[in-house]
Design a protein around this ligand. Structure first.
Ligand code: ADP
Ligand code: MG
Length: 676
């Protein structure tokens, strides 16, 4: 059985088993599926094609008996000549005195090592008597931990394959193997460990990429289905006429993308299923407007709505804009940590008695003593800033409320499919017309004076500016000092009628709010800030954004910051001050100056930094694939998603050809009871 302890494999004793455990290998199956992390390919090429200092493989005839010499302590050097393509090449082997006995004059030999083109010399680290078996030799390289030697690991994997190969059962229906031209599971396992050539290796890899993605997507789709089925009887019968009137009261018409997203949301609300939807859209794309309409729909169905945001400043801004939109159509209230005492008690009472229709707030919204009369619609803005638990608490404040998540961080489709596979996704991928593009420049630090004078001119025209200093860790004293220094520098530079403000995470909330309000009211003209203003702040009169040490931010984050300007009628500017070291850093700055599409930037970020870095390693919650790579194998992921959808929709798992796959999901996917 494949789930036998790994010690049942020939050659695995207690000691080795302990080491294997540190690599998460406990069973025979774990060992068989511990695939190489990469491969070295040695290809025999003619001498004149070899590149100096490359790792190369050559084949030739030994011309003399190897000479062995010792030096230092226990160090040896073995030297012999080899004839390759009628040229004499010198082979040098260090600390392998034993090889003297193996290698004889006249032997045919294959050598792998570092090539010195000037001396026609190879420093050998791998040799094999005889001719190379094929044109290219592929060496699997395993990631290993602790004391284990790679040779030893290879040997026990070999033993495991010999003994257990027939027990590796096929999971995929034959029709899929034929359709996608994939090798069988057992063959693919063997090939990954012992690749014959590049072609078979490629197909074996392709097979597991697909298998891993399909299983992953099946899990997501099944979750999504159960999620829906569990919540029947939750249709919100909103009033389309009132809704139309409300939409017509807006000073603008919705963009096509807004309308499409709105219709998707309304369809969810009307349906008996509970909505679990993510609304994605760039800053300023009009998510709030869509959310407001959905909230209003819920009100006309006789329910209450809630909007939870991560910061007080953002809550206040949402409160202002929504109060204005709703005017006397709804009772809107703000509930944040600064609402206390009697005022708070009053509000809580009104929420519970349904005198309040819509509550906008921070974490204060999910405190134990907040009770809704009938919460039907909950919105969570900047959803990635909240934990799973906090989202659940808000949801549980109602009886199966529809939940809409919003994010202004454009998430590449690749990641959205995986991270939010159990959510439906709506995307607003166009900005309202007439928006001016933010002109973006990349500057060096020595241009700072010029930048300051540029800002000075904008201020004379009555505009405002942000100057951002990166703050990587909230506790990073040095970074705060940078912001403070910059603040003083600007105070000195500008005449005293220009007010400079300073905002950073160490300030009290009330202090932050005071400064932010002063900036909103143009009492402060230049706001020096760490990244605390990143989320959602709206000051249309601010037209310039300077970002210091821009190379320390991700592209998506830079784009978020840049979204703080360009919110009004006037032309806006973003100046990135950066001295990136490597080519990737330079490339990133260039992309920022050329691209204003958040989704494209997110894709680029993903390509340049990888998925782990995209959200930050910890909160990414990305699945760990053994073979597949979400960025690189993106197209296979799409295919697997479509197939999984079809399988779940048509209940194919009950088909005999899916028996093994279903069994696998039952035993390894924690879906035991539900899949019966
Ligand atoms: P987001 O929440 O996606 O950042 P908002 O909903 O706050 O975007 O919209 C940004 C600004 O654009 C607001 O001032 C809003 O009134 C305005 N707006 C929203 N939708 C439209 C539209 N279709 N046409 C013109 N202006 C719009
Ligand atoms: Mg918004």
């Amino acid at each position: 059985m494949l789930n036998e302890p790994v010690t049942n494999v020939k050659g695995v004793g207690e000691k080795l088993a302990t080491d294997l455990e540190s690599m998460d290998i406990y069973t025979v199956e774990d060992l068989l599926f511990h695939f190489p992390s990469r491969y070295d390919v040695f290809e025999i090429k003619p001498l004149n094609e070899l590149i100096h200092e490359d790792k190369v493989t050559i084949e030739g005839k030994v011309l003399n008996e190897p000479r062995l010499s010792f030096y230092g302590r226990n160090r040896s050097r073995l030297v012999f000549n080899v004839e390759v393509d009628h040229v004499v090449v010198q082979a040098v082997m260090f600390n392998r005195s034993f090889a003297k006995k193996h290698i004889k004059m006249g032997d045919l030999i294959t050598l792998t090592g570092k090539w010195d083109a000037h001396r026609l010399q190879i420093t050998v680290n791998h040799y094999k008597k005889g001719s190379a078996d094929q044109q290219a030799e592929i060496q699997p390289i395993y990631s290993i931990k602790g004391e284990i030697k790679m040779g030893r690991l290879k040997k026990v994997i070999y033993n495991a394959i010999k003994e257990y190969d027939l027990q590796v059962t096929e999971l995929l229906p034959e029709t899929y193997l034929i359709l996608y031209k994939l090798p069988g599971r057992m063959d693919a396992v063997k090939t990954l460990h012992y690749p014959e050539n590049r072609q078979t290796l490629k197909h074996a890899r392709r097979r597991f990429v697909y298998e891993e993605f399909l299983i992953f997507q099946l899990r997501m789709q099944l979750l999504k289905k159960w999620h829906r089925e569990a919540t029947e009887g939750n249709a919100q019968h909103y009033d389309p006429e009132s809704l139309k009137l409300f939409i017509n009261s807006f000073p603008f018409t919705l963009t096509a993308a807004q309308t499409k997203s709105l219709n998707q949301i309304l369809a969810d609300m009307k349906s008996p299923y509970r909505m679990n939807r993510l609304l994605q859209g760039d800053v300023g794309s009009g998510k709030t407007a869509v959310a407001a309409i959905a909230l209003y729909a819920s009100l006309t169905a006789g329910k209450q709505g809630a909007l939870m945001v991560p910061t007080e400043i953002l809550a206040e801004q949402h409160y202002q804009s929504l109060s204005e939109l709703f005017k006397d159509r709804a009772n809107v209230v703000l509930l944040t940590g600064s609402v206390k005492g009697k005022k708070r008690n009053e509000i809580l009472k009104e929420i519970e008695e349904h005198q309040i229709d819509i509550v906008i707030g921070t974490h204060a919204l999910i405190q134990k003593d907040v009770f809704f009369h009938d919460l039907g619609f909950a919105i969570i803005d900047e959803q990635h800033r909240f934990g799973v638990e906090q989202r659940r608490i808000l949801r549980d404040k109602g009886l199966h409320p529809d939940v809409l998540f919003m994010t202004a961080t454009p998430i590449p489709r690749t990641l959205a499919i995986t991270t939010f596979g159990d959510m439906d996704v709506s995307i607003i991928d166009e900005l309202p017309s007439g928006r001016k593009k933010v002109e973006t420049y990349w500057a060096k630090e020595n241009m700072f004076e010029r930048i300051l004078s540029f800002i000075g001119k904008r201020i004379t025209d009555g505009e405002q500016a942000y100057v951002i200093c990166p703050l990587i860790e909230e506790s990073d004293k040095l970074d705060i000092q940078n912001a403070v220094d910059l603040f003083h520098q600007l105070q000195e530079y500008y005449p005293s009628d220009i007010q400079i403000g300073l905002l950073h995470g160490r300030l009290e909330t009330s202090e932050k709010d005071k400064i932010m309000k002063a900036f909103v009211q143009n009492e402060i003209q230049v706001l020096v800030s760490t990244t605390v203003i990143e989320v959602g702040v709206n000051v249309p009169n601010a037209t310039t954004m300077v970002i210091y040490d821009a190379e320390r931010f991700g592209l998506s984050q830079l784009h978020q910051l840049r979204g703080r300007v360009g919110r009004g009628e006037k032309q806006s500017y973003c100046i990135l001050i950066a001295e990136p070291k490597g080519d990737i850093g330079k490339e990133r700055m260039k992309i920022m100056t050329e691209t204003s599409d958040g989704f494209e930037l997110a894709e680029q970020d993903l390509k340049l930094r990888g998925p782990g870095d995209f959200f930050g390693k910890k909160q990414s919650g990305l699945p760990d694939f053994k073979v597949a790579d979400m960025v690189h194998d993106y197209r296979a992921l799409e295919t697997a998603r479509k197939d999984a959808e079809e399988i779940v929709e048509n209940n194919l798992l009950n088909d005999p050809s899916f028996q093994q796959l279903k069994y696998f999901l039952q035993t390894q996917g924690h879906f035991d009871s539900k899949l019966d």
